[in-house]
Design a protein around this ligand. Structure first.
Ligand code: ADP
Ligand code: MG
Length: 565
């Protein structure tokens, strides 16, 4: 600390580059500060630091086993976030001077690089805008940030009471909630379910732009008797809620009655949520994929032949490529890719689907004879029967789906009821529809993808970086992830970018599945830090799922893929 102070005195008012002298480790008594990367100027991305406590005096139960450890790390990241907001003044000069940050979190709990809880220490990775007046070092402001604010942030957020401000009881509740959700998700398969929604859950969100729970006007979830079941959880004890069985489930109801809200909650059920979110005990199979139309996306060698036959000009759909997919071909592609990456649950909302992919009515069949699309309505049952892939589909307008549903959940004023008996009565009134697809579905051909089709060069540098939540930059190429509805935070985008970067650098032709499984196995074995290069602050990353990683690769426009032999 003395040395840091002396260095700051020495470089005061010098050119900003003099901050380089802060690099390395500094002993602060109860913790060590490591300055890993010093920014070039006050306007550049902030400097990267780590703070490591000298011991870990938190109760061991808070981080026993990987699930609890990840949950506790998440708790501490949020704790640092809160302390920064209370303690750090922020703007102290030009550019980012005086800013202190930790990786931004979302409503979900994920492994992140922002925090490491080890038996001997707790380490937080942060970013600091080293203060400048114009472009020169402002030592007085730097002292305030590094020697006053930072130690206070550490005391408030990384040290348990009574010395610090961390309440171990809140931490325990956080960890236990995550543990229960995780356990519940693990039970689904055994119970023959694809999802579970606990009674009392709050599904609606504050607004289209916010993932926080809707306030007082939210109607808590009440399960319909027919689907009500009990689960016994380690911490919460016996919980009741709606079990959604495998097979084809229709969510029906009038407009604005909460159908999309329910489906969206299921799609986020692949992740664990923070206490207070309202969806703590809303879980779905971890490999569930929300499917939508996405016209304009590029497609590289995907086998959509089970859904779409020969295209105009005799183009085959077993090895379908385009730089500009239509609504229906993009939706078929999204399904084929989700199956390729190993999904067991498709979540489909009429609102975001291509009509001609969902259904074709009799008049249109009569008029258009050369339609290559087998509508989804004729695929949902074969998908389950032949491939074990279940579907939850939200329908407001297309009653034909009643014919193919194993069950119907009817939403009225946000309250679900079992609409299956009524649906049976209704379908008996109409002649059965003749299916337009073969009776069985098959696995799409697997693909091999070629790393040499992607060029990471950007000027003199190579780049594979995340740019916010929705964009990956690969060399001069920008990969658009705007339509990935289950991408939770920018850290996942960053991690996916780095994984893609490593693969491209290897120059290999790899089977898609093989690449996904290999990359994620390596991350879980060596931690996310291993994507950050050598030692020190690895950058801000969160764990992506195989499905978002696959989706990112699949949207690289120049990607070359061929059927795997
Ligand atoms: P649908 O898809 O049936 O048309 P949405 O799911 O889009 O309906 O919901 C319509 C509106 O109702 C949204 O603004 C949503 O936030 C709100 N909403 C949904 N579920 C609830 C609920 N349980 N309590 C209060 N508001 C809700
Ligand atoms: Mg809707």
């Amino acid at each position: 600390m003395q040395r840091l102070m002396a260095t700051l005195d020495r470089i005061d008012c010098k050119g900003y580059g003099a901050y380089k002298d802060l690099s390395g480790s500094h002993d602060f008594g109860s913790f060590t500060l490591s300055v890993d990367r010093v920014q070039r100027d006050p306007f550049a991305p902030p400097s990267l630091i780590r703070v490591r406590t000298k011991e870990n005096v938190f109760g061991r139960d808070l981080f026993a086993g990987p699930v609890r450890r990840v949950a506790f790390e998440d708790f501490l990241t949020r704790s640092v976030e809160k302390a920064i907001r209370r303690v750090v003044r922020g703007n102290r000069g030009s550019g980012g001077s005086g800013r202190v940050e930790i990786q931004r979190t979302s409503q979900v709990v994920l492994p992140r690089t922002s925090m490491v809880v080890a038996p001997e220490y707790v380490e937080a990775r942060m970013a600091v805008g080293l203060p400048a007046r114009g472009r020169s070092v402002d030592a007085r402001a730097a002292k305030a940030v590094l020697l006053e604010e930072l130690p206070e942030v550490v005391r408030r957020s990384l040290v348990p009471a009574p010395e610090g401000d961390v309440d171990e009881e809140s931490a325990r509740l956080h960890v236990e909630a995550v543990e229960d959700a995780n356990h519940l998700r693990g039970l689904l398969s055994r119970l023959g379910l694809v999802a579970f929604v606990a009674d009392g859950a709050i599904l609606p969100r504050e607004s289209g732009a916010s993932d926080r729970p809707l306030g007082d006007s939210a109607v808590p979830f009440v399960s319909p008797e027919e689907y009500r079941m009990e689960v016994d959880l380690q911490n919460a004890g016996v919980v009741t809620g709606m079990g959604v069985p495998e097979g084809v489930t229709l969510v029906a109801g009038g407009g604005f009655h909460g159908k999309s809200t329910l489906l969206s909650a299921l799609s986020w059920g692949v992740y664990d949520h923070v206490p207070g979110d309202g969806r703590e005990l809303v879980v779905a199979r971890g490999d569930a994929v929300k499917i939508r139309a996405e016209d304009g996306r590029s497609v590289s060698g995907v086998d959509i032949s089970a859904m779409i036959g020969e295209l105009p000009g005799g183009r085959s759909t077993e090895d379908f490529s385009t730089t500009n997919a239509s609504g229906s071909t993009s939706q078929a592609t999204n399904i084929a890719e989700a199956i390729e990456a190993g999904t067991s649950l498709l979540l489909v909302d009429e609102d975001t689907s291509a009509t001609n992919f969902m259904i074709r009515d009799e008049r249109m069949r009569e008029l258009v004879r050369s339609e290559p699309i087998s509508p989804f309505i004729d695929l949902v049952r074969p998908l389950h029967r032949s491939l074990g892939v279940s579907t939850v589909v939200v329908v407001g307008g297309v009653g034909d789906y009643l014919d193919v549903a194993d069950r119907v959940i009817l939403l009225e004023d946000y309250a679900p009821s079992d609409g299956t008996p009524r649906a049976r009565e209704v379908t008996e009134k109409f002649p059965p529809r003749a299916p337009l697809a073969p009776g069985d579905a098959r696995q799409p051909h697997e693909r091999a993808i070629d790393a040499s089709s992607v060029d990471l060069r950007r000027g003199k540098r190579q780049s594979a970086r995340g740019r916010g939540l929705h964009t990956i930059e690969l060399g001069r190429e920008r990969v658009d992830l705007s339509y990935l509805e289950q991408l939770a935070e920018a850290g996942q985008t960053e991690a996916a970018a780095r994984i893609i970067g490593e693969w491209v650098a290897s120059g290999e032709v790899r089977g898609m599945r093989d690449l996904l499984m290999g990359a994620l196995a390596s991350v879980s074995e060596n931690s996310l830090d291993s994507l950050g290069g050598h030692g020190g602050h690895p950058g801000e990353m969160s764990q992506p799922r195989a499905h978002e990683l696959a989706a990112a690769i699949n949207r690289i426009r120049p990607l070359r893929a061929c059927p795997q032999t």
